[in-house]
Design a protein around this ligand. Structure first.
Ligand SMILES: *Cc1c(COP(=O)(O)O)cnc(C)c1O
Length: 455
C-alpha cells in the first residue's frame, strides 16, 4: 500500500471569509494621498465620484480593518471559493529539493484568474448605486473576461478597451469576453480623444495598459450613466483580493506549516497583495517571519528600476496623481506575452510596503518565465498564465537555493490564473520565437523625464 500524501488543503464553503482585510490601519506609516493633478491638493471623494460609486470610493480611503463582504458577493464567490491550496509535491520531487512548495490556485475561478474576486465586488457596488454600464480596459484579457462575467451575473452592460497587442495575440480571450455579452474595442481606438491622439502620432501603435485606461476613463467621465472599473492598482481592488491570503493562512495551518517566503507576480499588484497583505498584517504583529517577494518582468521593471514618486496612472493624464514606483506614464513596455504585467506603474500600497522594507522585488526574463511554466505544467498538470510563470520561476529559484544549502524552506506562491487562452504564447515559446528583452533603458529615461513636478 502506498501511503496517501496530502496534495490539496481544501476548506468548506462556510470558510469563505466574511470580511476583506484592509491593511491601511495596521501600517506603521500612512500612505501618501492621491493628488488632484490640477490643484496638487489631496483628492476628495467628489473628485472620484464621476467615475466610481461612493461605496468603492469609501473603501479606497477606509481605515476600518475589516470590511464586510456583501452576502450576494459572498454567494457568488461560493461558485469557486475557497480556492485550493496545493502542495506541489511532484514539482518538489522533480527539483529534488528539500523545500516544501505550496501554491494557492486562483485559476479555478470561472474567468480563469483571481480577477473575478474584485470584478464581482465592483459590479455589485456599482449596481447598488443604479449604474448599469461599466467601461474598462484589459491587457491580456483576463480582467475584461472577469468583469464581463460579473456584469452578466448582475445584469449589467460592459465595454472593454483591449490593448491592441493582446487583441491580435489572443482572439479567444476576446471571444470569451464577447460570449459573456460585453463589447470589445481594440485600443488605441478612434472612439475616444485619447485613442485618436495616440493613433495620429503612432498609427501602428500596439497599445498599452496606460493608453487603454485613458480611453476607458474618458468614456466613463463623459457619460453620467457609465462608470469605470479598474482591475488592479487601487486600494479597493487590492482589498477585494485579500480573500486569497486569508484563506491561505487557514489552509497553511491545516498543512501544519508556515511560509518562509511568499511570492507573487506583480503587474499592478493585485494578486500579489491579495495573497501577501494578510501575511504582512501578521508580520506587523510578529506572527510571521516570511520574506515577501514581488516578481516582475525584466522588460517592465517598475518596482526594481522605477522611481518612487507621484505620477499619472494613464498615458493621457486623465487619472489622479498617485505615489508609486513608475517607469513614466508614457512608457510603452515591449510586447511580452505576460500582458497583465505590462503596466508602467504599481499599486501605491505595494510601493509603500516595499519602501517600508516589508517586501522586496525581483525580475524574471521572459524565456526563464516560460521555461519555469513548462516545468511546472509537466510536474503539476496545470498550464499557468504567462504572468503567473514569473512567480513560478522565483519559487523554483528559491527551491533550488534551498537545495544548494541542503536546508528545508517553505515556499508559498500565488498561481494567479491558468493559461488556457494563452496557448499561442506557449506555441511561440516552443517554436523558439520568444525573446528576452533587455531593460529598455533609453525609453524609460525619456518617460521618466516627463514625470509631473510635485513639490
Ligand atoms: C492581471 C493578471 C496579473 C497581473 O495583475 P496584478 O494586478 O498584478 O495581479 C497576474 N496574473 C494574472 C493571471 C492576471 O490575470
Amino acid at each position: 500500500m502506498v501511503r496517501m500524501e496530502t496534495i490539496q488543503y481544501t476548506l468548506p464553503q462556510s470558510r469563505i471569509p466574511l470580511a476583506w482585510y484592509n491593511i491601511l490601519p495596521d501600517l506603521p506609516k500612512p500612505l501618501a494621498p492621491p493628488l488632484n493633478p490640477a490643484t496638487l491638493k489631496p483628492l476628495g471623494p467628489e473628485d472620484l465620484a464621476p467615475i466610481f460609486p461612493m461605496g468603492l470610493i469609501l473603501q479606497e480611503v477606509s481605515t476600518e480593518r475589516e470590511i464586510e463582504i456583501p452576502a450576494e458577493v459572498r454567494q457568488i464567490y461560493a461558485q469557486w471559493r475557497p480556492s485550493p491550496l496545493v502542495r506541489a509535491r511532484r514539482l518538489e520531487k522533480a527539483l529534488d529539493t528539500p523545500a516544501r512548495i505550496y501554491y494557492k490556485y486562483e485559476g479555478v475561478s470561472p474567468a480563469g484568474s483571481h480577477k473575478l474576486n474584485t470584478a464581482v465586488a465592483q459590479a455589485w457596488y456599482n449596481k447598488q448605486e443604479g449604474i448599469r454600464h461599466l467601461s474598462t480596459e484589459t491587457g491580456a484579457g483576463q480582467w475584461g473576461s472577469a468583469l464581463a462575467m460579473a456584469c452578466a451575473f448582475l445584469g449589467m452592460e460592459c465595454r472593454v478597451f483591449m490593448v491592441r497587442v493582446s487583441y491580435d495575440q489572443k482572439p479567444y480571450r476576446r471571444a470569451l469576453i464577447e460570449a459573456f455579452g460585453a463589447s470589445v474595442v481594440a485600443s488605441p481606438s478612434d472612439l475616444t480623444q485619447s485613442g485618436r491622439a495616440i493613433l495620429a502620432e503612432h498609427p501602428g501603435s500596439k497599445g498599452s495598459l496606460g493608453i487603454a485606461i485613458s480611453e476607458a476613463v474618458e468614456v466613463a467621465a463623459k457619460d453620467p450613466k457609465t462608470n469605470y472599473a479598474l482591475g488592479s492598482v487601487l486600494n479597493h481592488v487590492l482589498l477585494h483580493q485579500t480573500v486569497i491570503g486569508q484563506e491561505a493562512i487557514e489552509q497553511m495551518s491545516l498543512a501544519g506549516d508556515e511560509p518562509d517566503v511568499i511570492i507573487g507576480c506583480t503587474g499592478g499588484g493585485s494578486n500579489f497583495s491579495g495573497l501577501v497583505m494578510p501575511y504582512v498584517g501578521r508580520k506587523l504583529k510578529g506572527k510571521s517571519h516570511a520574506r515577501i517577494v514581488a516578481v516582475e518582468p525584466a522588460a517592465c521593471p517598475s518596482l526594481t528600476k522605477g522611481r518612487f514618486t507621484y505620477d499619472f496612472g494613464d498615458t493621457a493624464h486623465l487619472t489622479p496623481l498617485v505615489k508609486m514606483h513608475t517607469l513614466g506614464s508614457t512608457f510603452v513596455p515591449p510586447g511580452i506575452h505576460a500582458g497583465g504585467l505590462r503596466y508602467h506603474g504599481m499599486a501605491p500600497l505595494v510601493s509603500h510596503i516595499l519602501s517600508l522594507g516589508l517586501a522586496e522585488a525581483t525580475t524574471v526574463q521572459q524565456l526563464d518565465a516560460f521555461s519555469a511554466g513548462v516545468q511546472f505544467a509537466r510536474a503539476e498538470g496545470i498550464i499557468p498564465a504567462p504572468e503567473a510563470n514569473h512567480a513560478i520561476a522565483e519559487a523554483i529559484r528559491q527551491a533550488l537555493e534551498a537545495k544548494a544549502e541542503g536546508k528545508p524552506r517553505t515556499i508559498l506562491f500565488n498561481l494567479s490564473g491558468h493559461g488556457h487562452f494563452d496557448m499561442q504564447a506557449y506555441i511561440d515559446y516552443h517554436a523558439g520565437k520568444l525573446q528576452n528583452y533587455e531593460y529598455p533603458e533609453e525609453e524609460i529615461a525619456m518617460a521618466l523625464a516627463g514625470l509631473p513636478v510635485v513639490p
